[in-house]
Design a protein around this ligand. Structure first.
Ligand code: SOE
Length: 378
């Protein structure tokens, strides 16, 4: 008999779908002590949230998140709202003694993040932030190879996250679908939305970032706001490129934009070490490219590892070697790890505290973008 954990989901967008799917699938593939029950979903639009509940099998609906958080029959609160609500909901959920799974980025900025870390640690509730790309098997394998020391000393880390969906100047900002363009709801643009993923993966694989220098740009300066109907200044960064120095001395470049025509979600990273290098590309997420200088010189070259074997991270839980899984499975893995963490009393990362490291780097990047100076990560 498994221990059930009743989930209260807040939000019904793209991420709420990805998380709901993960809760529904996880026990079919992972042998866990816990089983999530989709107890309630909450959003302001009563009709839409009802449809979402029917589609995903939630037992009940709420239209006020405060009511949801106070419900005695819920164990876990999953925060899938725009970023400007993360803090308030997390503080209330922590005070109510709920476990919290929060969508990335943790907060609007590191000041809010610090408050959230303090609150959940004081409450002693289990917590995690949905930086899902860590759980793509090829990315997890990359982390393990670096941890095992196979690359030797790391010289370079290079990450890119490119999209092209905001190029049109006619696209409005704000509201349900376009809150990512509204600084009041998102906190920042590509830095918090896309580079936060790159930074989280980078810190996980290569350790902390010591200092950064950044260049940011807002290409379309004014957009109609969906909530006010008026043309308003755009406060987000449309593009950001930054240089970084890791605490281990390695050098890094990070770049993200929503203005790279032709690219929808091109997240790639490359790590160059003394002995070996690694490359990964989200568009081909099962492949890990690996070059090992120790190979016999006549055969030396980039290997393309199809990360689908039973020996590869998470893959023994799925089909048979050679058969692929996809984007949505990274969320299933994250839920599985969260439950494993509860069983072992060893929190799955990234916890709020881990994600706060990324938040601090984002703050330093944005500050550097404004001042043009190198900024030490606090
Ligand atoms: C933005 O388009 C977005 O959906 C991000 O918010 C996600 O975190 C990223 O994984 C894909 O792109």
């Amino acid at each position: 008999m498994k221990n059930t954990l009743n989930v209260g989901m807040i939000g019904y967008g793209f991420m709420a779908r990805a998380h709901s799917n993960a809760y529904r699938k996880v026990n079919n593939f992972f042998d866990l002590e816990y089983r999530p029950v989709l107890k309630a979903v909450c959003a302001r639009d009563a009709a839409k949230v009802k449809t979402f509940a029917e589609t995903w099998g939630y037992e009940s609906v709420e239209t006020d998140w405060r009511k949801l958080v106070e419900r005695k029959d819920l164990d876990v609160i999953d925060v899938c709202t725009p970023n400007n609500l993360h803090r308030e909901i997390a503080l209330a959920a922590a005070a109510a003694g709920k476990m919290i799974l929060c969508e990335k980025p943790l907060a609007m900025n590191s000041q809010e993040g610090a408050e959230m870390v303090t609150a959940i640690e004081k409450a002693g509730v289990a917590n995690m932030v949905w930086y899902n790309y860590r759980r793509v098997p090829a990315v997890t394998l990359a982390q393990r190879l670096v941890e095992e020391g196979r690359l030797g000393r790391i010289f370079h880390y290079r990450a890119v996250f490119l999209q092209d969906w905001t190029i049109s100047a006619d696209l409005p900002q704000g509201g349900t679908a376009l809150w990512r363009l509204d600084v009041a709801a998102a906190g920042s643009g590509v830095t918090g939305d896309l580079l936060a993923h790159c930074i989280d993966t980078a810190i996980w694989i290569n350790g902390g970032i010591a200092r950064v220098t950044a260049m940011t740009e807002t290409f379309v300066k004014e957009r109609k706001h969906n909530l006010t109907g008026k043309v308003e200044p755009v406060g987000i960064d449309d593009a950001c490129a930054f240089l970084a120095r890791f605490k281990n001395g390695s050098l890094a470049t990070f770049e993200s934009t929503r203005y790279a025509r032709g690219h929808k979600a091109l997240y790639t990273f490359e790590i160059n070490g003394e002995k070996a290098s690694i490359q990964w590309d989200l568009h081909d997420l099962h492949r890990l490219s690996y070059f090992d200088h120790r190979d016999d010189g006549r055969l030396r070259g980039w290997r393309s590892i199809h990360v689908t074997d039973g020996e590869h991270p998470y893959m023994s839980k799925w089909w048979v070697p050679g058969l692929q899984i996809g984007y949505e499975h990274s969320f299933v893995h994250q839920v599985a790890d969260f439950f494993e963490g509860l069983t072992r009393n060893r929190p799955a990362s990234p916890t709020f505290r881990d994600a706060q490291e990324t938040q601090k780097v984002c703050d330093a990047v944005l500050q550097s973008g404004r001042t043009g100076q190198w900024v030490e990560v606090e």
